[in-house]
Design a protein around this ligand. Sequence first.
Ligand SMILES: C[S@@+](CC[C@H](N)C(=O)[O-])C[C@H]1O[C@@H](n2cnc3c(N)ncnc32)[C@H](O)[C@@H]1O
Length: 272
Amino acid sequence: MNNEPMTRRTELSGKLTDVLQARTLALSHPILQGMLTKGMSVLDVGCGTGAITRGIAEAVGPEGSVVGVDQNPLLIKQARQTHGKVAGLSFTEGDIYSLEEAMEGCSGFDIVTCSRLMVWLPDPLTALKAMVKAIKPGGKIVIADYNHEKIAWSPQPPASMLAFYSAYLNWREDAGLNNRIADDLPDLLQQAGLAQVKATPCHEEVRRDDPDYAQRSGLWADTASSRGPQMERDGFITRGENERAEREYRQWVHSEAESITMYMLTVVGIKP
Ligand SMILES: C[S@@+](CC[C@H](N)C(=O)[O-])C[C@H]1O[C@@H](n2cnc3c(N)ncnc32)[C@H](O)[C@@H]1O
């Protein structure tokens, strides 16, 4: 395994930051939305630019309290600038592996959640155990994440994108990241001591007739544009291959694509 610090691979930049900003609680963490009630306290780890975290704060209302934590100081700065005035909402810079330190002893949350974070962690069980410590007894953990091996495109995208996607999964695996994490989460939650563990599908599908098709369909072209240079630097793809994948995929999205479905589960467990 490559020993490069993980932060270099997880670091978000360019168009992927825009993707985070466009997310909402209703569309991007829908199972959590259905579990929130006024007055709850919620910790959102790996909150990025805070778009989903803001939705959580609005759902629990000013009588609740919501904290967003992320290791990337630039994203925390952006989250504070954009959503810092929402009542009951605050953002803190911190690493999930040292959550207690970042939260300065603050614990006892009704819900501790994360979305699209576990897929970027080389040691998800240790991270889960840190999250469990922050939940009150009887409280819940709610985790939404992908199995990247189960993506479904209709029809098949260009060969250049399939080659990029395969290189992307190899690049991630080389850094110790689990491309199948969604399907491994139920076991991991049980190992972390949680009870009544339940997984619910919440696949992310974008279809040509969706009103937001133009905005959401370009994710993998944006990934080629943002992650491609990192993968090129790490020797997993050449610049020519990457640029071709982005160009041909944008063309495919424009003229041929019918649907893109990213396999995702929300897994919930209760702290005994
Ligand atoms: C793909 S983004 C997901 C953001 C948001 N939760 C969403 O669903 O849109 C993953 C986020 O996890 C953060 N992250 C990665 N490793 C982390 C760690 N060890 N501790 C805290 N945050 C981390 C990244 O900085 C990034 O903002």
